[in-house]
Design a protein around this ligand. Structure first.
Ligand SMILES: Nc1ncnc2c1ncn2[C@@H]1O[C@H](COP(=O)(O)OP(=O)(O)OP(=O)(O)O)[C@@H](O)[C@H]1O
Length: 394
């Protein structure tokens, strides 16, 4: 099969390197740009065969689009491997296939705006232009989300309650509160907190009727370290908030008894409600992460030993936490070439070694593999994302 990009796209993605020019061809179900520069043909044939062998369990994208039920895809991996490019291209592909889609960045260092070449900042849903079905993007403002959590928690269980207790001479309870280490949590939020709050915020959006149209939700997540901490956070926050609320209840009944003695009216306490809501949302985030029916974590990696080792650890952690993980994208794979560029040949050999690692890695070998070629232009804007997505998501 030969793919011929439109002249416009060919210009945008003029896949030409200093010494090579490209056309498109497919091997098995993988489509590669073919370079006309001359690397030994024998070597090339070997490379094509082994890349194809390494990718024997090539993805079945049909499975990802088949259902009209809402599905969540979380793309994550090591920093800089191409998570945003893959997430944005997947979102464009879903939308063009006919699924109204929302793409969300929960990475505190957002790059969705750069990827779509559109201003998507502001923490609200922004329509992405140039796709067939509705595609909206959302970059959660981590500072705002964290502030919301801080103010809700502080009012309900943090300094606010501690001050009240101190003023009432309930120092012992204040000490108990100290044991919760809430102050620490609020002042130096652990990595992953932004993301947990961001995801819970998205859940809040999606609960409303207005957003029920979305069938595919694609998350561009923060690098691996954040993800791993994020997985344990809902449990941690659930437990912390649970303790705070229990303590708050004790204090409230104590204070209401005192107040009734002095005939003071009870005041409605919104902060507890808010904290309870946050807790419920955290529980939903935890459930969402483990829902085999609707959620999938897609690992994005590149063909280097370091990145694949990290992906293996990520996969193991996800499985240990019962997070469904079925697919692996290997991005930036050097296309086969007919040139004798020494650098390319050495680099490709190196990549082959890394690709072979996947086949023998117990954490990765059973995952469905997607390969994305390294292209020599930035994948930026909807036409480029569409083009890239058509190569990757098959
Ligand atoms: N297959 C590819 N070919 C060429 N360039 C690529 C490819 N994939 C990604 N890039 C480029 O690499 C850079 C980083 O990509 P991207 O922002 O998607 O990575 P990321 O994993 O989301 O990064 P971060 O961890 O910083 O959020 C971008 O300039 C992007 O255009």
């Amino acid at each position: 099969m030969v793919l011929s990009p439109t002249p416009h796209l060919a210009r945008r993605l003029s896949l030409t390197a200093a010494h090579c020019s490209f056309s498109w061809y497919s091997s098995s179900r993988i489509v590669y740009p073919r370079r006309s520069c001359a690397i030994g043909r024998h070597f090339d044939a070997l490379q094509v065969r082994s890349v194809a062998a390494a990718a024997e369990s090539v993805s079945d994208f049909d499975e990802m689009v088949a259902s009209t039920k809402r599905k969540y895809y979380m793309l994550g991996g090591k920093g800089g491997v191409g998570k945003t490019s893959c997430a944005a291209s997947l979102a464009v592909k879903f939308a063009n296939i006919g699924h109204p889609t929302l793409v969300v960045s929960t990475d505190p260092a957002h790059s969705l705006s750069d990827s779509f070449a559109q201003d998507l900042t502001g923490g609200t849903l922004v329509p992405v232009n140039g796709v067939d079905s509705p595609l909206f993007a959302l970059e959660i403002n981590p500072d705002k989300a964290r502030e919301e959590f801080r103010s809700a928690s502080k009012k309900s269980g943090g300094t606010g309650v501690k001050d009240i207790m101190d003023s009432m001479g309930l120092g012992m309870l204040a000490e108990q509160l100290g044991e919760l280490k809430l102050g620490e949590l609020l002042d130096t939020p652990p990595p992953g907190l932004d993301e947990a709050i961001a995801i819970s915020k998205v859940m809040q959006f999606l609960e409303s009727q207005e957003y029920s149209i979305f069938r595919r939700i694609v998350f561009d997540t923060a690098p691996t370290g954040h993800t791993l901490r994020l997985l344990s956070l809902p449990d941690f926050l659930d437990a912390s908030i649970g303790k705070i609320l229990k303590l708050k209840q004790k204090i409230t009944s104590a204070t209401s008894a005192i107040k009734s003695v002095f005939g003071q009216a009870q005041q409605r306490d919104d902060s507890s409600d808010k904290l309870e809501q946050l807790r419920e949302r955290m529980i939903k985030v935890r459930e969402l992460f483990r829902d085999m029916e609707s959620t999938e974590f897609v690992i994005v990696t590149i063909p280097t030993v370091m990145a694949i080792s990290e992906s293996s650890r990520l996969s193991a952690s996800l499985k240990k936490e019962s997070v469904p993980v079925k697919r692996l994208i290997v991005n930036q794979v050097l296309p086969p070439s007919a040139s004798d560029c020494k650098f390319c040949a050495v680099k490709r050999k190196d990549q082959m070694r890394a690709l072979e690692m996947i086949q023998s890695d117990p954490e990765l070998r059973d995952l469905k593999l997607f390969q994305a070629p390294l292209v020599d232009v930035e994948i930026r804007g909807v036409p480029a994302l569409k083009f890239f997505g058509d190569i990757v998501w098959k």
